[in-house]
Design a protein around this ligand. Structure first.
Ligand code: SF4
Length: 417
């Protein structure tokens, strides 16, 4: 299950091998203030794209709902029902109760912090799938899955309850869904999708008497590395969990394409051979490291360990950065040639590039060999139009990026994407 923050990342997920995508609409979800989010009028189109690809779409309505928001919540559930989303992912009982009353399937969100069999049994009264708390060990997950089979614990559909777990992406230093650090320090609630991430900042300790202060040696003592379960796919499959979820509705289309394609390939190999070869692991890890990461905590809480993996830097540790350069202004279908207008900078011959778009998703182009004015110059200047061959269709308006090695120590807003 892949995150979709906008149409480009949704299409990227579908093209990269996800079986389902989860998205948020409006402000009743925990990424409501991320740069990317869907509008109510876009929901039907999102469902249509998933249906056309034979995949499922889930709508996240996972905030706490206040009395004054009940009407808005009902409206959103009605819209989801009308659009044909496969289920809503919810934690507040108002959402769960209303969704059930209109025949809309419910998945129990990670915000419910379901951490034991009794809680899971209770949730099965209204949910066909439940997301377990991120903080459980794999043996706890396996015990819960075993009990579901043995005791035939079913959701409202009459099918055995399915267990969903997060396998990749950002982690909070606090128990999932129970952090009010941003609310307290910035008056912006994480529960409402407005987390300012104060945990990711540098802190110092100060001797109040003398005024002497020290920056802590590991300068981001509350910023965990990202969860990465690539190494432990056989154990994940053996646990009995059947839905593997990737975090990141705030991430870009190329991130979604990259992470989804890595896990798709790794899961297929593990499912068919029972293991992931060392060669595949090395190659896929190198691919994962290419897009946004705060470096990785391999195994996370699932190995029964306490959080002790802090990122050394508040920002992106990937060795690649991208810079917006222009847009696709034409595509010649017969010859599979894309035409790009360089609006924001020069593009060097044979540099790596990336194209993203609503339907295109994300397409990386290694060593982009372009033509300009019927020649192959060393550089195409800002304002020029270049053409080159592509493997699949791109669309007018798609965004064109230059990809270069990251300069560590300087992190611009663009690079944080
Ligand atoms: S402040 Fe940090 S730990 Fe708390 S919700 Fe935000 S990202 Fe998570």
């Amino acid at each position: 299950m892949a995150p979709g923050g906008d149409f480009a990342s949704l299409s990227a997920a579908l093209r990269s091998g996800a079986d389902s995508v989860y998205i948020g609409v409006g402000d009743l979800n925990m990424r409501s203030h991320a740069t990317m989010n869907f509008q109510p009028e876009e929901l039907e189109e999102a469902v249509r794209l998933c249906r056309a690809a034979g995949k499922k779409l889930y709508l996240t309505i996972n905030t706490i709902i206040f009395n004054g928001e009940l009407a808005k919540m009902r409206e959103l559930c009605d819209l989801a029902k009308k659009a044909g989303v496969n289920a809503v992912i919810a934690s507040d009982f108002a959402v769960i109760s209303y969704a059930r009353s209109i025949g809309l399937s419910v998945h129990g969100s990670v915000q419910m912090n379901l951490s034991n069999l009794e809680a899971v049994r209770f949730a099965a009264q209204f949910a066909d799938v439940v997301v377990l708390a991120r903080e459980l060990a794999l043996e706890d997950i396996a015990d819960i899955c075993k009990a579901i089979k043995e005791e035939k614990i079913c959701g409202p559909s009459g099918e055995l309850l399915k267990i969903e777990i997060f396998i990749h992406g950002a982690l909070c230093v606090a128990q999932s869904g129970r952090c009010f650090m941003s609310q307290i320090s910035c008056n912006q609630s994480a529960n409402r999708g407005r987390c300012f991430q104060p945990c990711r900042r540098k802190y110092e300790i100060k001797d109040v008497d003398s005024g002497t202060s020290f920056v802590l040696e590991n300068s981001n003592v509350m910023s965990p590395k990202d969860l990465c379960m690539l190494k432990f796919l056989p154990e994940l499959l053996a646990s009995g969990a059947s839905v593997f979820k990737i975090e990141g509705r705030g991430r870009s289309a190329d991130y979604v394409a990259n992470v989804v394609s890595v896990y798709r390939e790794a899961l297929d190999e593990t499912a068919s051979s029972g293991t992931l070869s060392a060669e595949s692991f090395e190659r896929l890890m190198a691919k994962l490291e290419k897009t946004f990461n705060r470096s990785f905590w391999h195994g996370g809480y699932y190995l029964g360990e306490n959080m002790d993996e802090w990122s050394r830097n508040s920002g992106n540790q990937s060795p690649v950065q991208k810079k917006f350069l222009g847009r696709v202004t034409n595509f010649f279908a017969r010859s599979m040639i894309a035409e790009i207008t360089l609006e924001a900078g020069d593009f060097p011959q044979d540099a790596n590039a990336l194209i993203t778009g609503k339907i295109t998703g994300a397409m990386e182009i290694e060593k982009c060999h372009f033509m300009l004015d019927e020649a192959y110059p060393e550089i195409a200047p800002k304002g020029s139009q270049i053409t080159f061959k592509v493997d699949r269709k791109v669309r007018r308006g798609d965004i064109f990026y230059l990809q270069t090695p990251r300069k560590f120590g300087y992190l611009s807003r663009d690079e944080e994407i």
